[in-house]
Design a protein around this ligand. Structure first.
Ligand code: AR6
Length: 179
């Protein structure tokens, strides 16, 4: 879907191979790496990213759910990595939707502050953190659409889905949003 100057595009892929200004990582509050997409980004990007994460930890002591921090991108074909922390799914009545929306919005704000034109997101919280992807996809896409309605700077917000099923789910959610 195109909102003003911003293309919002769900796409199948491995986020570590995307050429964009900013790659977003689904991190945890410790910022020390982990499994899933977090592990893949640190492996592909190399040790510089972790070194910067450690500096951020020293300065501010980690990153709470819903917030985001930014580092360089090491060996990745991006300028920056934004590390955001999605909520752990606990049934949906513990503020998860709001925290997930904040994770997307705070990531977009950091990317925009750093002059990014193109941003790639994974499907935050829908792996280890257990957020049902049908629900999470709607929040991800509506947060991106809302951002694009309010701001002009981004050319593309890409959602990189790791499986065909996840891509289908995002495409259906985009259709429901009236793309
Ligand atoms: N490219 C794109 N998507 C990927 C990739 C990849 N290379 N690898 C996995 N995914 P998860 P979360 C998908 O678990 O739920 C970590 O240990 C994956 O299939 O990575 O936010 C952190 O350190 C799923 O759809 O993130 C945290 O502790 C999506 O990325 C915790 O997991 C997100 O799955 C965060 O959990």
């Amino acid at each position: 879907m195109k909102i003003g100057a911003t293309e919002i595009l769900p796409k199948r892929g491995d986020i570590t191979r995307e050429s964009v200004d900013v790659i977003v990582n689904a991190a945890n509050s410790d910022l020390l790496g982990g499994g899933g997409v977090d592990g893949a980004i640190h492996r592909a990007g190399g040790p510089e990213i972790l070194a910067e994460c450690r500096e951020i930890r020293t300065r501010q002591g980690g990153c709470p759910a819903g917030e985001a921090v930014i580092t360089g991108a090491g060996r990745l074909a991006a300028k920056y990595v934004v590390h955001t922390v999605g909520p752990v799914w606990r049934g949906g009545n513990e503020g998860e939707p709001k925290l997930l929306r904040s994770a997307y919005r705070n990531s977009l704000a950091l990317a925009a502050e750093h002059g990014a034109k193109t941003v790639a997101f994974p499907s935050i919280s829908t792996g280890v953190y257990g957020y049902p992807i049908e629900k999470a996809a709607g929040i991800a896409l509506s947060a991106a659409r809302e951002w694009a309605e309010e701001h002009d700077g981004l050319e593309e917000i890409r959602f990189i889905l790791f499986s065909d099923d996840d891509l289908e789910t995002y495409k259906k959610a985009a259709a429901r949003l009236g793309a």
